[in-house]
Design a protein around this ligand. Structure first.
Ligand code: SF4
Ligand code: SF4
Length: 341
């Protein structure tokens, strides 16, 4: 009998940098939980020349820098292949997060060597679960393109956003991923930004997942995926009593760039004009004032300050007023690597 692979918390690595670059906000889909908010993020598609200038602002060839190209749907950008190639030449490790449609023949315009990971989003193990969330016909197109990408030799990963609409079906994902040949599995938690902040889903189901349900389902499914040879990453969400709280805004370097030039350090803040930086005339400028970075050093019993301010419904309290769980930084991850990796 083999021992179950163990989950470990991925501590923030000193010097690690992650650049999440939204090239555009347009998308061919209208997912029910979409967090894109054009009023706050802009509606432009950045021209190639601007993208290259902005990439240079964040490039640090001497340090490991992960670049995640996002939208909207990034493959709608007509110059995505050129962006990927330029980013590689600046020594970024490049991932593209796609909804699976792969417009502009992306797989024929780049090689697996030029792209570290091609990541697909799927929110159910079959069309019956996925398509009511992401759109009619999406499951078939997305899984078809995952198979094509794997057959052409691309490293693929898959993001599953867990909500009250699909958590009961998460346990069927590991077998599907193994069948598709996906190598990395990101389990995400629904955030109360964009659509989920504005609307509750129809009927009795809530978007949010209760702590007990998250803790009883997600680690178990992650371990099962790892048993099938898949590298699994999922958010910590709730800190164990002995764990130290750390805010990524202080101990890590993450940049979330939007087409209107806003640059956030914390994704929870993205619906509000409290970004720490902005890009103006191709220069990265720090913004003075009461912005997100003024909140990062605050210490509260609940853990993450922004979660307390923006998503207070996520926190339960004991009768004495102490929080039942401390909420970790939303960027703190757990991972399970399969034994062979
Ligand atoms: S694919 Fe992404 S950007 Fe497009 S609607 Fe869905 S969540 Fe929003
Ligand atoms: S989610 Fe909370 S802990 Fe993480 S960067 Fe934002 S404010 Fe800091």
């Amino acid at each position: 009998m083999t021992a179950a692979p163990l989950a470990r918390t991925v501590d923030f690595q000193p010097g690690e940098r992650n650049v999440f670059f939204h090239l555009l906000t347009a998308c061919n889909l209208a997912c029910r939980h979409c967090y894109i908010n054009p009023a706050q993020h802009g509606a432009a598609t950045l021209p190639l020349a601007t993208v290259l200038q902005w990439l240079k602002l964040f490039a640090r060839p001497e340090r490991q820098t992960n670049l995640i190209l996002l939208g909207g749907e990034p493959t709608l950008h007509p110059d995505l292949a050129a962006v990927i190639q330029a980013a590689k030449s600046m020594r970024y490790a490049v991932t593209v997060d796609s909804n699976g449609y792969l417009f502009h023949d992306l797989l024929d315009r780049i090689t697996p060597k030029e792209l570290d990971y091609l990541s697909f989003s799927l929110d159910g193990p079959d069309a019956t679960v996925n398509d009511p969330i992401r759109g009619e016909g999406v499951f078939a197109i997305c899984t078809g393109n995952i198979r094509r990408a794997v057959a052409q030799g691309f490293n693929t990963s898959l993001i599953y956003t867990v909500s009250g609409l699909n958590i009961e079906h998460l346990h069927r994902m590991p077998a599907l991923l193994a069948d598709l040949g996906v190598r990395r599995f990101f389990i995400q938690v629904i955030g109360l930004r964009g659509n989920p902040a504005a609307h509750k889903p129809d009927g009795a189901v809530n978007w949010q997942v209760e702590p007990a349900q998250w803790l009883s389902v997600v680690p178990r499914v992650a371990a099962e995926a790892a048993r099938l040879g898949i590298h699994v990453i999922y958010p910590k969400v709730y800190l164990d009593p002995a764990e130290v709280f750390q805010c990524a805004g202080i101990v890590a370097e993450n940049f979330f760039i939007f087409p209107n030039g806003r640059v956030y350090q914390c994704p929870l803040c993205e619906d509000h004009p409290i970004h720490s930086y902005e890009i103006k005339d191709n220069q990265l400028l720090h913004r003075d004032g009461l912005n997100e970075d003024r909140f990062f050093p605050l210490t509260i019993p609940e853990g993450c300050v922004m979660n307390r301010l923006l998503q207070p419904d996520n926190i339960a309290y004991h009768p004495d007023g102490s929080p039942v769980h401390r909420i970790s930084c939303c960027l703190l991850k757990q991972e399970i690597r399969p034994a062979a990796l």
